[in-house]
Design a protein around this ligand. Sequence first.
Ligand code: FPP
Length: 274
Amino acid sequence: MKPPELLPSASREEARLLEQLDPRRLPHHIAIIMDGNGRWAERRHLPRVAGHRAGVKSARAVIETCARLHIPALTLYAFSLENWRRPKAEIDFLMRLLREYLRKELPVIHRNNIRLQVIGRADQLPQGVRSDVERGVAHTAGNTGMCLNVALNYGGRAELVDAFNAIFDGVRHNGVHNNGLETFRVDEQMIADNLYTAGLPDPDLLIRTSGEMRVSNFLLWQIAYAEIYVTETLWPDFRCAELYAALVEYQKRERRYGGLAAAARGGKSAARAE
Ligand code: FPP
Protein backbone atom coordinates (compact mmCIF):
# COMPACT_ATOMS: atom_id res chain seq x y z
CA MET A 1 0.00 0.00 0.00
CA LYS A 2 1.49 3.36 -1.04
CA PRO A 3 1.75 5.82 1.85
CA PRO A 4 1.29 9.08 -0.10
CA GLU A 5 -2.11 8.00 -1.32
CA LEU A 6 -3.32 7.73 2.26
CA LEU A 7 -1.27 9.88 4.51
CA PRO A 8 1.04 12.36 2.89
CA SER A 9 2.69 13.06 6.24
CA ALA A 10 3.33 9.42 7.16
CA SER A 11 6.47 9.03 9.26
CA ARG A 12 9.18 6.60 8.16
CA GLU A 13 7.86 3.94 10.59
CA GLU A 14 4.28 4.47 9.39
CA ALA A 15 5.39 4.25 5.76
CA ARG A 16 7.31 1.02 6.51
CA LEU A 17 4.18 -0.56 8.02
CA LEU A 18 1.89 0.77 5.29
CA GLU A 19 4.12 -0.92 2.69
CA GLN A 20 3.29 -4.25 4.32
CA LEU A 21 -0.49 -3.73 4.18
CA ASP A 22 -2.66 -5.31 1.53
CA PRO A 23 -5.49 -2.81 0.90
CA ARG A 24 -7.75 -5.63 -0.31
CA ARG A 25 -7.63 -7.48 3.00
CA LEU A 26 -8.36 -4.75 5.50
CA PRO A 27 -10.98 -5.47 8.18
CA HIS A 28 -14.55 -4.37 7.51
CA HIS A 29 -15.09 -3.43 11.12
CA ILE A 30 -12.54 -2.60 13.81
CA ALA A 31 -13.58 -2.47 17.46
CA ILE A 32 -11.30 -0.92 20.06
CA ILE A 33 -11.19 -1.15 23.85
CA MET A 34 -9.30 2.05 24.62
CA ASP A 35 -7.56 1.26 27.90
CA GLY A 36 -4.69 2.69 29.91
CA ASN A 37 -5.45 6.41 30.07
CA GLY A 38 -5.14 6.43 33.87
CA ARG A 39 -1.83 4.53 33.88
CA TRP A 40 -0.44 6.79 31.16
CA ALA A 41 -1.15 9.79 33.40
CA GLU A 42 0.12 8.14 36.58
CA ARG A 43 3.45 7.32 34.91
CA ARG A 44 3.83 11.01 34.19
CA HIS A 45 2.70 12.07 37.68
CA LEU A 46 -0.31 13.73 36.14
CA PRO A 47 -3.96 13.52 37.23
CA ARG A 48 -5.91 10.66 35.60
CA VAL A 49 -7.98 13.13 33.60
CA ALA A 50 -4.83 14.23 31.73
CA GLY A 51 -4.70 10.66 30.41
CA HIS A 52 -8.27 10.94 29.14
CA ARG A 53 -7.46 14.23 27.42
CA ALA A 54 -4.46 12.62 25.71
CA GLY A 55 -6.72 9.66 24.86
CA VAL A 56 -8.97 11.92 22.82
CA LYS A 57 -6.00 12.74 20.56
CA SER A 58 -5.49 9.02 19.91
CA ALA A 59 -9.20 8.60 19.18
CA ARG A 60 -9.04 11.48 16.69
CA ALA A 61 -5.97 10.01 14.93
CA VAL A 62 -7.46 6.51 14.74
CA ILE A 63 -10.84 7.75 13.48
CA GLU A 64 -9.28 9.80 10.69
CA THR A 65 -6.87 7.06 9.70
CA CYS A 66 -9.60 4.40 9.57
CA ALA A 67 -11.75 6.72 7.45
CA ARG A 68 -8.83 7.30 5.05
CA LEU A 69 -8.25 3.55 4.83
CA HIS A 70 -11.95 3.18 3.90
CA ILE A 71 -12.65 0.86 6.83
CA PRO A 72 -16.47 0.58 6.71
CA ALA A 73 -17.00 0.59 10.50
CA LEU A 74 -15.09 1.55 13.63
CA THR A 75 -16.45 1.06 17.15
CA LEU A 76 -14.80 2.76 20.12
CA TYR A 77 -15.58 1.79 23.73
CA ALA A 78 -15.77 5.23 25.33
CA PHE A 79 -17.91 4.67 28.44
CA SER A 80 -19.23 1.41 29.84
CA LEU A 81 -22.19 0.78 32.11
CA GLU A 82 -19.60 -0.19 34.74
CA ASN A 83 -17.77 3.15 34.41
CA TRP A 84 -20.44 4.79 36.60
CA ARG A 85 -18.53 3.21 39.52
CA ARG A 86 -15.72 5.73 39.03
CA PRO A 87 -15.45 8.89 41.16
CA LYS A 88 -18.06 11.48 40.19
CA ALA A 89 -15.39 14.06 39.31
CA GLU A 90 -13.83 11.67 36.77
CA ILE A 91 -17.23 10.80 35.27
CA ASP A 92 -18.12 14.49 34.96
CA PHE A 93 -14.78 15.13 33.28
CA LEU A 94 -15.30 12.28 30.81
CA MET A 95 -18.77 13.59 29.93
CA ARG A 96 -17.40 17.12 29.43
CA LEU A 97 -14.59 15.75 27.29
CA LEU A 98 -17.03 13.86 25.11
CA ARG A 99 -19.16 16.95 24.60
CA GLU A 100 -16.05 18.99 23.79
CA TYR A 101 -14.91 16.32 21.34
CA LEU A 102 -18.30 16.18 19.63
CA ARG A 103 -18.54 19.95 19.31
CA LYS A 104 -14.99 20.46 18.03
CA GLU A 105 -14.74 17.42 15.81
CA LEU A 106 -18.18 17.31 14.23
CA PRO A 107 -17.12 19.42 11.21
CA VAL A 108 -14.07 17.18 10.68
CA ILE A 109 -16.17 14.04 11.04
CA HIS A 110 -18.68 15.42 8.56
CA ARG A 111 -15.97 16.52 6.12
CA ASN A 112 -14.55 12.99 6.19
CA ASN A 113 -18.01 11.65 5.19
CA ILE A 114 -18.17 9.73 8.49
CA ARG A 115 -21.57 8.69 9.87
CA LEU A 116 -21.70 8.98 13.65
CA GLN A 117 -23.72 6.49 15.69
CA VAL A 118 -23.93 5.97 19.41
CA ILE A 119 -24.43 2.49 20.80
CA GLY A 120 -25.51 1.88 24.38
CA ARG A 121 -28.25 3.10 26.68
CA ALA A 122 -27.98 6.70 25.52
CA ASP A 123 -31.30 7.61 27.15
CA GLN A 124 -29.60 7.32 30.57
CA LEU A 125 -26.85 9.81 29.71
CA PRO A 126 -26.90 13.36 31.10
CA GLN A 127 -29.18 15.64 29.07
CA GLY A 128 -26.32 17.80 27.68
CA VAL A 129 -24.38 14.80 26.38
CA ARG A 130 -27.55 13.34 24.92
CA SER A 131 -28.41 16.45 22.98
CA ASP A 132 -24.86 16.85 21.61
CA VAL A 133 -24.88 13.20 20.60
CA GLU A 134 -28.29 13.52 18.92
CA ARG A 135 -27.11 16.59 17.04
CA GLY A 136 -23.98 14.80 15.79
CA VAL A 137 -25.92 11.71 14.76
CA ALA A 138 -28.55 13.77 12.90
CA HIS A 139 -25.92 15.99 11.24
CA THR A 140 -23.98 13.04 9.81
CA ALA A 141 -26.91 10.67 9.14
CA GLY A 142 -26.69 11.15 5.36
CA ASN A 143 -22.95 10.43 5.14
CA THR A 144 -21.91 7.41 3.13
CA GLY A 145 -18.38 6.77 4.39
CA MET A 146 -17.20 5.04 7.54
CA CYS A 147 -19.69 4.38 10.31
CA LEU A 148 -18.20 5.55 13.61
CA ASN A 149 -19.89 3.90 16.58
CA VAL A 150 -19.15 5.44 19.92
CA ALA A 151 -20.11 3.02 22.69
CA LEU A 152 -21.52 5.19 25.46
CA ASN A 153 -23.16 3.81 28.58
CA TYR A 154 -22.63 0.50 26.82
CA GLY A 155 -22.64 -3.08 28.11
CA GLY A 156 -22.63 -6.22 25.96
CA ARG A 157 -25.05 -8.14 28.19
CA ALA A 158 -27.35 -5.11 28.42
CA GLU A 159 -27.30 -4.93 24.62
CA LEU A 160 -28.48 -8.55 24.42
CA VAL A 161 -31.20 -7.88 27.00
CA ASP A 162 -32.33 -4.86 24.97
CA ALA A 163 -32.30 -6.93 21.78
CA PHE A 164 -34.43 -9.70 23.29
CA ASN A 165 -36.89 -7.20 24.74
CA ALA A 166 -37.16 -5.47 21.36
CA ILE A 167 -37.89 -8.83 19.75
CA PHE A 168 -40.57 -9.69 22.32
CA ASP A 169 -42.10 -6.22 22.01
CA GLY A 170 -42.28 -6.81 18.28
CA VAL A 171 -44.08 -10.08 18.76
CA ARG A 172 -46.52 -8.70 21.34
CA HIS A 173 -47.33 -5.31 19.87
CA ASN A 174 -46.72 -5.42 16.17
CA GLY A 175 -47.91 -8.91 15.38
CA VAL A 176 -44.57 -9.66 13.71
CA HIS A 177 -45.34 -13.34 14.12
CA ASN A 178 -48.94 -14.31 13.56
CA ASN A 179 -49.18 -16.95 16.23
CA GLY A 180 -47.91 -14.65 18.98
CA LEU A 181 -45.53 -15.85 21.67
CA GLU A 182 -46.87 -19.39 21.89
CA THR A 183 -44.99 -20.79 18.92
CA PHE A 184 -42.45 -18.00 18.61
CA ARG A 185 -38.74 -18.87 18.38
CA VAL A 186 -35.74 -16.59 18.01
CA ASP A 187 -32.92 -17.22 15.57
CA GLU A 188 -29.46 -15.72 15.12
CA GLN A 189 -30.48 -13.30 12.38
CA MET A 190 -33.30 -11.93 14.51
CA ILE A 191 -30.91 -11.28 17.41
CA ALA A 192 -28.34 -9.63 15.12
CA ASP A 193 -31.08 -7.45 13.60
CA ASN A 194 -32.02 -6.13 17.03
CA LEU A 195 -28.55 -5.31 18.33
CA TYR A 196 -27.37 -1.69 18.45
CA THR A 197 -25.04 -2.58 15.57
CA ALA A 198 -27.80 -3.92 13.30
CA GLY A 199 -26.88 -3.64 9.65
CA LEU A 200 -23.12 -3.44 10.27
CA PRO A 201 -20.68 -6.26 9.65
CA ASP A 202 -19.37 -7.94 12.81
CA PRO A 203 -15.90 -6.75 13.87
CA ASP A 204 -13.11 -8.67 12.17
CA LEU A 205 -10.56 -7.15 14.50
CA LEU A 206 -10.82 -6.32 18.20
CA ILE A 207 -7.97 -4.20 19.54
CA ARG A 208 -7.32 -3.75 23.24
CA THR A 209 -4.61 -1.45 24.51
CA SER A 210 -2.62 -1.59 27.77
CA GLY A 211 -2.10 -5.34 27.84
CA GLU A 212 -5.22 -6.53 29.65
CA MET A 213 -6.51 -9.88 28.38
CA ARG A 214 -10.19 -9.21 28.86
CA VAL A 215 -13.23 -8.60 26.69
CA SER A 216 -14.87 -6.40 29.37
CA ASN A 217 -18.48 -6.89 28.30
CA PHE A 218 -17.80 -5.36 24.86
CA LEU A 219 -19.77 -6.47 21.77
CA LEU A 220 -20.19 -9.98 23.22
CA TRP A 221 -22.33 -11.29 20.38
CA GLN A 222 -20.53 -9.52 17.54
CA ILE A 223 -16.95 -10.59 18.37
CA ALA A 224 -17.68 -14.32 18.02
CA TYR A 225 -15.11 -14.67 15.22
CA ALA A 226 -13.07 -11.49 15.67
CA GLU A 227 -9.29 -11.63 15.70
CA ILE A 228 -8.11 -10.25 19.02
CA TYR A 229 -5.06 -8.01 19.14
CA VAL A 230 -3.77 -6.95 22.53
CA THR A 231 -0.93 -4.46 22.77
CA GLU A 232 0.99 -3.24 25.80
CA THR A 233 0.81 0.30 24.39
CA LEU A 234 -1.37 2.53 26.53
CA TRP A 235 -4.26 4.19 24.70
CA PRO A 236 -2.80 7.75 24.71
CA ASP A 237 0.29 6.36 22.95
CA PHE A 238 -1.75 4.42 20.38
CA ARG A 239 -1.49 6.44 17.17
CA CYS A 240 -1.26 5.71 13.41
CA ALA A 241 1.86 3.53 13.60
CA GLU A 242 0.28 1.33 16.31
CA LEU A 243 -2.90 1.01 14.24
CA TYR A 244 -0.91 -0.04 11.17
CA ALA A 245 1.03 -2.57 13.30
CA ALA A 246 -2.29 -4.07 14.44
CA LEU A 247 -3.48 -4.28 10.83
CA VAL A 248 -0.24 -5.92 9.68
CA GLU A 249 -0.61 -8.52 12.46
CA TYR A 250 -4.30 -9.03 11.52
CA GLN A 251 -3.32 -9.75 7.91
CA LYS A 252 -0.87 -12.41 9.08
CA ARG A 253 -3.62 -14.35 10.81
CA GLU A 254 -5.53 -17.05 9.02
CA ARG A 255 -9.24 -16.83 9.71
CA ARG A 256 -10.92 -20.22 9.71
CA TYR A 257 -14.38 -19.62 11.28
CA GLY A 258 -14.29 -23.14 12.71
CA GLY A 259 -13.29 -24.64 9.33
CA LEU A 260 -9.89 -25.80 8.17
CA ALA A 261 -6.74 -23.91 7.28
CA ALA A 262 -6.37 -23.17 3.54
CA ALA A 263 -3.55 -25.71 3.19
CA ALA A 264 -5.60 -28.45 4.84
CA ARG A 265 -8.65 -27.54 2.72
CA GLY A 266 -6.54 -27.67 -0.43
CA GLY A 267 -5.18 -31.05 0.64
CA LYS A 268 -8.66 -32.48 1.17
CA SER A 269 -10.14 -31.23 -2.07
CA ALA A 270 -7.02 -32.32 -3.93
CA ALA A 271 -7.40 -35.77 -2.39
CA ARG A 272 -11.06 -35.86 -3.45
CA ALA A 273 -10.23 -34.75 -6.96
CA GLU A 274 -7.70 -37.49 -7.38
C1 FPP B 1 -9.77 3.76 29.81
O1 FPP B 1 -8.72 4.27 30.51
C2 FPP B 1 -10.50 4.68 28.95
C3 FPP B 1 -11.78 5.11 29.16
C4 FPP B 1 -12.53 5.04 30.42
C5 FPP B 1 -12.50 5.65 28.03
C6 FPP B 1 -12.29 7.10 27.82
C7 FPP B 1 -11.81 7.28 26.47
C8 FPP B 1 -11.42 8.45 26.00
C9 FPP B 1 -11.39 9.66 26.81
C10 FPP B 1 -11.02 8.51 24.59
C11 FPP B 1 -11.91 9.45 23.85
C12 FPP B 1 -12.94 8.81 23.05
C13 FPP B 1 -13.70 9.47 22.16
C14 FPP B 1 -14.66 8.73 21.32
C15 FPP B 1 -13.59 10.92 21.99
P1 FPP B 1 -8.68 3.94 32.06
O2 FPP B 1 -9.09 5.14 32.79
O3 FPP B 1 -9.50 2.73 32.35
O4 FPP B 1 -7.16 3.61 32.24
P2 FPP B 1 -6.49 2.73 33.40
O5 FPP B 1 -6.96 1.32 33.20
O6 FPP B 1 -5.03 2.90 33.15
O7 FPP B 1 -6.93 3.31 34.71
